[in-house]
Ligand binder design. Structure first.
Ligand SMILES: Nc1nc2c(ncn2[C@@H]2O[C@H](COP(=O)(O)OP(=O)(O)OP(=O)(O)O)[C@@H](O)[C@H]2O)c(=O)[nH]1
Ligand SMILES: [Mg+2]
Length: 401
């Protein structure tokens, strides 16, 4: 699963991306700093099972920092999108193409209203960030409409002649966008449109359907960035009235904290609500001051910089994913080499024990016999639906993991 970082230019997308991936990407206070998308690895944060069992773990596919498990996930930092992009304005369709592969979107908003609709700097508070929410959604929907419009009447004729059904045709036509048949059916159901009679859809119905499909297949949350600049807090309250998850965010603060932690100047883990200065003598006066401002204006006020929370929300809430630990030995929670809780997988909720076995290794899925849930030491069958933070051992005809 991949999450796209999207929004109009100059809102802090690359700052957000860099803060979470620690990738050195270009950041600038002007529109279209990013032209080619950046791809990178960020981490979701989950309480590690090692703490619950008072064990010293040996993480392999993920990281454990003092009982907090950080599990790698993929992010794309997209180029900025301006109104009319679907008609080719700004970087136009190139941007829209980048979100094809994204399963969910984090919309970075300049909550301080210090950038206009094209991303040019303006006096804080002069642009209304609520407009940006509407515009981005419209752009994506209109882009979809444009893709489909070209051969819509042909699709309609094929459906009405009874040769093929609309969900299958649309899934095929939109395959590059990773839309699932079930999502297409859900969008039609929620908009009360008949997939058997698309000829009866008005132009308005067509757009309503695509707008619903977009919200189902590319779910989005809002990161109210630049929360450190007045009047972002006021706008945050207004953004919360919209029908979205909204997270106050200061990407710049997170970037400064992560960089200071990397240099071992402070003790800080992504998502923490505070930090400790480790080596006060190594900090310059202005660094100390800047960190103090971050602490007072962001961390203590909002509980975190919001960056990690946005990543977690995107994977755990928008994409409904869970964390599962595969082990071999349910007594010691270790693998065949004796490594304790080596791996943590992030997988969609609804995954069964057998499907999980397939995810680890095809052979393990094929020769699956049963699994054991480590907390209760209970035997579970192939259709057991895994829960968040389950620790399971899979017993197969060939080997045990
Ligand atoms: N005050 C403040 N400034 C921020 C914050 N996040 C980013 N910025 C600044 O906003 C400007 C734009 O940052 P970028 O990360 O390049 O923005 P972008 O959205 O990637 O821009 P494009 O690539 O042009 O679309 C830079 O000057 C950043 O330092 C924040 O949380 N607070
Ligand atoms: Mg950028």
């Amino acid at each position: 699963m991949i999450v796209g970082i999207v929004g109009k230019p100059n809102t802090g997308k690359s700052t957000f991306f860099s803060a979470t991936t620690l990738a050195p990407v270009e950041i600038g206070s002007y529109p279209f700093t990013t032209i080619k998308p950046n791809r990178g690895i960020a981490y979701v944060r989950s309480p590690c099972a090692c703490k619950e069992f008072s064990l010293q773990d040996n993480p392999v596919n993920s990281i454990c920092l003092d009982g907090i498990r950080l599990i790698p996930v993929e992010l794309i930092d997209c180029a900025g999108l301006v109104p009319g992009a679907w008609q080719g304005r700004g970087l136009g369709n190139q941007f829209l193409d980048e979100i094809r592969r994204a399963d969910a979107l984090i919309h970075i908003i300049d909550a301080s209203g210090a950038t206009d609709s094209e991303g040019k700097l303006c006096k804080p508070g002069t642009h209304d960030p609520l407009e940006d929410v509407d515009f981005l959604e419209t752009e994506i929907t209109m882009w979809l409409a444009q893709i489909l419009k070209r051969d819509w009447s042909k699709l309609v004729r094929t459906v009405e002649s009874g040769k093929e059904d609309l969900p299958s045709l649309l899934e095929e036509r939109l395959s590059g966008l990773a839309f699932k048949r079930s999502q297409i059916i859900e969008a039609a159901r929620k908009t009360e449109l008949s997939t058997e009679k698309p000829a009866s859809w008005s132009e308005d119905d067509f757009i309503r359907f695509l707008d619903m499909l977009r919200s189902i297949a590319k779910p989005m949350l809002l990161a109210a960035n630049k929360i450190d600049i007045e009047p972002a807090e006021e706008n945050l309250e207004r953004l919360k009235n919209l029908d979205h998850i909204v997270i106050p965010c200061c990407a710049e603060a997170e970037l400064a904290l992560r960089r200071a932690a990397e240099k071992k100047l402070i003790d800080y883990r992504p998502g923490d609500c505070n930090f400790n200065v480790l080596e006060p003598s190594k900090l310059t006066e202005s660094q100390t001051k800047a960190l103090q401002v971050v602490k007072e204006k962001v961390l203590l006020k909002f509980g975190s910089s919001g960056v990690q929370e946005a990543i977690n929300m995107a994977f755990f809430r928008l994409l409904n994913m869970i964390v599962v630990y595969p082990v071999e030995d349910v007594e010691h929670l270790s693998d065949h080499q004796g490594r304790v809780l080596p791996d943590a997988y992030i997988i969609p909720y609804g995954t069964t024990a057998r499907q999980f076995a397939y995810l680890i290794h095809t052979e393990l899925g094929e020769s699956f016999i049963y699994a054991v849930e480590a907390r209760e030491k209970k035997r579970i069958g192939e259709n057991y639906v895994l829960k968040d933070r389950d620790i399971i051992s899979i017993v197969s005809a060939k080997r045990r993991i």
